[in-house]
Design a protein. Structure first.
Length: 175
C-alpha cells in the first residue's frame, strides 16, 4: 500500500509562480516515488501538488472545509469534507505518513506548529517532516533553539532548499 505525504502550503500562488511550479514538481516526484499525496484540497500550492501527483498516477486526497466558498481542485481523486478548520487540520495530520511544509503564511505556520508540537509531545508518532523555502529555513532553527533550551526533542523538522532533495529524502527514508 502506498504511503501518503501531507503537503501544506499557501493557496495564493498561481501557475507560473515559483511556489506553484515547485509544488507541481514535488507532487510529480512524490508520485513517481510511489507516494500518494494529501493537501487542503483547494487552489495554489494544494492545486499544484495535486495536479503533479494525479498526472503521474498517484492519488491526490483533498481535505476541505467550506469556509471560503472556494471550489476544490479538479485534480483531487478523493475529497474529505470537514465541519471546521480544526477538524481539517487534525485530518490532514492523521492522513500523513510524513509531512512537507511549503511556502505559506499564518495558516501554514499553524499547520507546521501543530505537526511539530504533536510529535514533540508524543501525541502522534514521530514522522518525517520537511520544510522548503528560505522563510522556513530562518524560522525552524530559531524554534529548535528554544526547544533545546526547554530540554525537548530537537531536529524533528528538516529544512531543504529544493523540492528534489525533499522527494529524495522521503524516498530514502519512507519509500
Amino acid at each position: 500500500m502506498k504511503k501518503t505525504i501531507t503537503i501544506f502550503g499557501s493557496s495564493l500562488p498561481k501557475e507560473g509562480d515559483k511556489e506553484f511550479e515547485d509544488a507541481y514538481l514535488l507532487g510529480g516526484l512524490l508520485a513517481k516515488g510511489n507516494f500518494n499525496i494529501c493537501t487542503g484540497g483547494y487552489r495554489g500550492i494544494m492545486h499544484a501538488a495535486s495536479k503533479g501527483a494525479k498526472e503521474n498516477g498517484a492519488e491526490a486526497i483533498g481535505i476541505t472545509v467550506d469556509l471560503w466558498g472556494a471550489t476544490p481542485s479538479e485534480y483531487l481523486t478523493q475529497e474529505i469534507k470537514c465541519e471546521n478548520l480544526f477538524e481539517r487540520i487534525t485530518k490532514l495530520i492523521e492522513a500523513g505518513d510524513g509531512y512537507i511544509i511549503l511556502q505559506g503564511g499564518t495558516g501554514t505556520l499553524l499547520e507546521l506548529s501543530a505537526v511539530w508540537e504533536l510529535m514533540n509531545k508524543g501525541l502522534i508518532t514521530k514522522k518525517l517532516a520537511a520544510c522548503h523555502s528560505a522563510m522556513w529555513g530562518d524560522i525552524v532553527p530559531v524554534i529548535d533553539k528554544q526547544i533545546r533550551r526547554e530540554n525537548r526533542t530537537t531536529g524533528l523538522i528538516e529544512c531543504f532548499d529544493n523540492v528534489e532533495a525533499i522527494a529524495d529524502y522521503f524516498k530514502r527514508n519512507i519509500g
